[in-house]
Design a protein around this ligand. Sequence first.
Ligand SMILES: *Cc1c(COP(=O)(O)O)cnc(C)c1O
Length: 395
Amino acid sequence: MSEDWNERTKAVHGGVRRSQYGEVSEAIFLTQGFVYDSAEAAEARFIEAGDDEFIYARYGNPTVRMFEERIAALEGCEDGFATASGMAAVNGALVSMLKAGDHVVSSRALFGSCLYILENILTRYGVEVTFVDGTDLEQWRDAIRPETKAVFFESLSNPTLEVIDIAAVAELAHAVGALVVVDNVFATPVFSRAAELGADVIIYSATKHIDGQGRALGGVILGSRDFIRGTVEPYMKHTGGALSPFSAWILLKGLETMPLRVRAQADTAQAIAEALDGHQALARVLYPGLKDHAQHDLVQTQMGGRGGTVLSLDLKGGKDAAFRFLNAMSIPVISNNLGDAKSIATHPATTTHQRLSDAQKDALGITPGLVRFSVGLEDAGDLIADLTRALETAG
Ligand SMILES: *Cc1c(COP(=O)(O)O)cnc(C)c1O
């Protein structure tokens, strides 16, 4: 593989490891273990395993390794460690690097399970966590202090799609030697410039756009070779959050089409946002690709002007109108995943963010009328017609 290859070439050819059969499509090495030629060879491999040498699938596997190398190449990172889910990646990245007495600053607008790790798990082991409004640089500046070991945030927040300034937060964090850990799911590997902008560790739930067809759970932690092999791997290989080789194969094949899918989905998301913006049934259309988005300039520099594949619609009529809207759609499915080929509509206040108090929902902008819409691969005109009709039914 060449570093000079562009995105689509890397997505198809990155990380390929061929067996002695010279297969075209990547092989699924559905094996837990590996055979050694001799007792001496086993001993040598336990002292140090070479690049093409594996010991046990909890530590690594050729199909999993292909996935790690392909996504690392796409993201512009030296290395990656694949995990059983996105949450295993968030947990693995944070727990492997932190110890009692360390301090972490995190954005408050987080995926519920990420919030649980920061608020309920890390603190139980003596890590102090300070939460800030991720879009307010003054709050990051005030919260980051000499003993801060890491900052954590979702670069594009769920479900209100606020953009956090990776370069600016990285500058503040790096001044005290803290690592910048970014959950980059909503930005997607296609519109990400996180590594270039100063993120040290980038995390994906591969369950989302990387699979993109709703089949497998998976995740990946990306960063420098030292961090991945020196800090993450020892923790992951002994604690068991390994990705299965079969799921790795699904995700590896998902990467081949990911740039095409994600760009098509983002084009449709842009078209829907523009078509519905200003509709009389809507209080707000939240989409980073709209000209009136609060961080329009940052979207240009950080995401190349692209708004991603998710938009949120806030219905004037509150929960009742939101439910009528959801029930009146005929193409999208009501579910809670995102990044799928099928458009998916979610009511965050009663599902993904149900656990939050009313005050927390208010603070995060999760109103009763808010509907999150993950745009799929269907025809843009069909989706706009369906959503417009459903909005009329909702009133
Ligand atoms: C889905 C998601 C996760 C968790 O990923 P799983 O694969 O479901 O474990 C973490 N962060 C964000 C932003 C997500 O959307």
